[in-house]
Design a protein around this ligand. Sequence first.
Ligand code: FES
Ligand code: FES
Length: 164
Amino acid sequence: MTSSPKRIDVTLTVNGEPVAASVAPRTNLADLLREQLGLTGTHIGCETSHCGVCTVDIDGKSVKSCTHLAVQCEGASVTTVEGLASKGVLHAVQEGFYKEHGLQCGFCTPGLIMATHSLLDQNPSPTELEIREGLSGNLCRCTGYGRILDAVQRVAVARRGAGA
Ligand code: FES
Ligand code: FES
């Protein structure tokens, strides 16, 4: 990583592709993803780590990208909601939200999908309480939590059935 007073070069991997970017020191990852890389599936809401719409995966950990500096991602592997589907086929988590209609306006959905992806990687058989706690950092302003819960449970069952 090289630096100048106003811009810093950062190299990382995003959705499996190498990325080299030049950012201001205070640029957050969400802005890098959206404004420089065009990955607008990562939404921005509160910008204070409360709502979760900006959730992405960094090196296997769920991170709120609105408060994570882009320069902190040097050498990291970042996955966004755009990186889940493969060759036009929805990822199991996306499929679960689709099948259970786990969304209304959809603004919170990318963050919830990424948070669910992380939750089920860490705990493939969560109880209802564990799902609620695991997704407590992701808010849905449409308050469709019942269908979201159904979606996560559906995904968990499907993953176990597939041996994931
Ligand atoms: Fe990042 Fe709300 S925009 S947590
Ligand atoms: Fe509208 Fe969650 S579906 S904010």
